[in-house]
Design a protein around this ligand. Structure first.
Ligand code: FAD
Length: 407
């Protein structure tokens, strides 16, 4: 088998790369190789509407199942790429099949980081990355009254909100002093901690897990303070490990993901990497090499590679944005708050509609807007420009962000 473009990973970025190539008029052969058995689907609903039962499976599909064949995109599903021979321009699948490529796009995302404590593999301990993970959780829920969630990042918090709506007792553990510590400032963390507690979540910070208890199945969690939380299910949301081992073994540079340049090229000729697994120097992080885990980043990197392959290379510099839904709260984020040295609170968290604006050396670098769509929309341009606006003006909710005088 040989294809002009082989895309490894039939998830968000991989699917979008194939779609973009066709939209840009690419007429060569394309294979989209995915380890999961499902055609490409969106992951965000897995910890939101899908887990809640409000969105059925078909509505998660990125395109209808027959779209791919119609566009001449060969979908190879249930197929894992195990080795890459870069100089031969070949990948090998788990079943021994060899697939040749003209260009290779690596879009493999990552696997949930497992707990390293005893009991971590007991039945009833779940990550949330795939449809299979979500279905396993849903399949067990009727026999579960108490759930312990490990990790106070977005996935853990979203799962907590869903499980409370479904009437489960929820304990959420965060080892750091506050939830969302890696991605947001203290005001946002404090707000979400208060919201979850008000909705009945037993939320404990500075609390780690030392052991998952149980015989055949989880029955509890022993915590770092030696107390025990009884539960019949544990959901682990402590980040991902980028799925890049075959590519690094083939000689690509990287460690936490695979390193790419501003065109999403790896150091291997004709090999590109995009999405959650791609470590890139971001102008939104002062050039620091970071991985972004978001739909926006996967789609925009896919677009960047598709343009380069079709002869119109443009450096990747898309503005990061992200969202999270918890209870009736819609959080929308633009920019990256990494390295901020000041924050401005715009609006009143008690009113459950407000924004936190992040500044660095006076410049606006990011915003977290909670139930505040106007701020989110208007802040985009300001973040892209690195606008300098007096903090007292930013805090003045009587004036729209877009009308504030620049300093
Ligand atoms: P993925 O979509 O994960 O696709 C990678 C695919 O590659 C997977 O199907 C994987 O099985 C496959 N694969 C891995 N290794 C191999 C191999 N060797 N051979 C073949 N196939 C392989 N982002 C937001 O912006 N907003 C949200 O609200 C949000 N919520 C989320 C909620 C959940 C529960 C999760 C899990 C993610 C959420 N995200 C959200 C993140 C977003 O879904 C990811 O950033 C996005 O899916 C990344 O796309 P990707 O193509 O890099 O990886």
């Amino acid at each position: 088998m040989h294809f002009d473009v082989v895309i490894v990973g039939a998830g968000q970025g991989g699917a979008y790369a194939a779609i973009q190539l066709r939209q840009l008029g690419f007429e060569g052969t394309i294979a989209l190789i995915g380890r999961e058995s499902e055609p490409p689907y969106e992951r965000p609903p897995l910890s939101k509407e899908y887990m809640l039962g409000e969105k059925e499976w078909e509505r998660l599909l990125i395109r209808p199942a027959d779209f791919w064949a119609g566009k001449g995109i060969e979908l190879l599903l249930g197929a894992e790429v195990t080795t890459v021979a870069a100089s031969e321009r070949q990948v090998t699948l788990g079943d021994g099949r060899v697939v040749g490529f003209g260009e290779l796009i690596w879009a493999t995302g990552g696997d949930p980081r497992p707990l390293s404590c005893p009991g971590a593999t007991l039945a009833g301990v779940h990550g949330v990355r795939t449809r299979a993970d979500a279905d396993a959780i849903l399949g067990e829920l009727s026999g579960v009254s108490r759930v312990c969630i490990v990790g106070g990042g977005y996935i853990g918090l979203e799962a907590a909100a869903v499980l409370r709506k479904l009437g489960k007792e929820v304990t959420l553990l965060e080892v750091l002093p506050r939830v969302l510590a890696r991605v947001a400032g203290p005001q946002l963390s404090a707000f979400y901690e208060q919201e979850h507690r008000a909705h009945g979540v037993d939320l404990r910070t500075e609390t780690g897990v030392v052991e998952i208890l149980g015989e055949d199945r989880v029955s509890g969690v022993r915590l770092s303070d030696d107390s025990v939380v009884d539960c019949q299910m544990v959901i682990v949301g402590i980040g991902i490990i980028p799925a890049v081992a075959p590519l690094l073994l083939a000689g690509a540079a990287g460690g936490n993901g695979v390193d790419v340049d501003e065109y999403c090229r790896t150091v291997l000729p004709h090999v590109w990497a995009i999405g959650d697994c791609a470590a890139h120097a971001s102008r939104f992080a002062d050039g620091a090499v970071i991985r972004l885990e978001s739909v926006q980043n996967a789609n925009d990197m896919a677009s960047c590679v598709a343009k380069a392959i079709t002869g119109d290379p443009q450096p990747y510099g898309a503005t990061p944005w992200f969202w999270s839904n918890q209870y009736d709260l819609k959080l929308q984020t633009v920019g990256l708050s990494i390295g901020h040295d000041a924050t401005v609170l715009r609006g009143d968290p008690q009113a459950r509609s407000f924004s936190v604006i992040y500044l660095k050396a006076g410049k606006m670098i990011a915003i977290d807007a909670v139930n505040s769509i106007k701020d989110y929309v208007q802040a985009r341009k300001l973040v892209e420009e690195g606008a300098v606006i007096a903090p007292e003006d930013l805090a003045d909710t009587s004036r729209p962000l877009k009308e504030l005088p620049r300093g």
